[in-house]
Design a protein around this ligand. Structure first.
Ligand SMILES: [Fe+2]
Ligand SMILES: [Fe+2]
Length: 205
């Protein structure tokens, strides 16, 4: 698939009239279950949703805002399993047709600027971009450690990032670009993922 095919060629998403319209957690999980058949992808989406929620919480944002961050993370790859050639156009159009808050749709549209051609602008956009690859990478690392997340340190994650053969599909370039855009250090971001991600799945069950 060439990069051009996924470009969205748009810069505005959703309708400002819909600010505050969200899916409930149950509705969002139903959409995820209906659309995403691949268990590993479901895990990834739930982990990113959880990290987004926790990050918004760590910033002291309201429960409503935390839920928006959660939804952006939870649904960002909803169309990737069954319609990879329409990623992430299909989920954007679905959320637009359901009149969902434009800030959530915009965050999803900018989660891969190289692919979709949409620059992350808001803090929510930037953090989704930053957590996306690093979350999957850290999870892959946890699976090869005998103790999983227990005793994991940022320096271990960074060492694996330098090993280009480990989780080779994870773009180191995107991680560097995203942390720079988010204005957060790689160490801080990795530390946040290590601390929180192990709890991600227990929240959903
Ligand atoms: Fe994606
Ligand atoms: Fe993703």
């Amino acid at each position: 698939m060439n990069n051009e095919a996924l470009k969205l060629h748009r810069s505005s998403f959703g309708d400002p009239k819909n600010i505050g319209n969200v899916l409930s957690k149950e509705e969002a999980l139903k959409l995820l279950n209906d659309w995403v058949l691949n268990d590993k992808l479901q895990v990834h989406m739930k982990q990113v949703g959880f990290l987004m929620k926790k990050y918004a919480e760590s910033k002291g944002y309201s429960a409503e805002v935390q839920h928006k961050w959660y939804l952006a993370g939870l649904l960002h790859d909803a169309d990737w399993d069954q319609w990879p050639d329409q990623h992430c156009r299909k989920i954007i159009e679905e959320l637009e047709s359901r009149k969902i808050d434009p800030e959530i749709i915009r965050a999803i549209a900018s989660h891969g600027p190289r692919y979709f051609g949409v620059e992350p602008e808001t803090e929510m956009d930037k953090m989704l971009y930053a957590f996306d690859e690093l979350s999957g990478f850290t999870h892959a690392y946890s699976l090869m450690r005998p103790t999983g997340y227990e005793g994991m340190e940022a320096k271990g994650v960074k060492k694996r990032l330098k090993d280009k053969t480990f989780a080779a599909q994870v773009s180191r370039e995107d991680i560097a670009d995203a942390t720079e855009k988010a204005g957060i250090s790689l160490d801080e971001l990795i530390q946040f993922v290590i601390i929180h991600q192990k709890f991600a799945l227990s929240l959903e069950e």
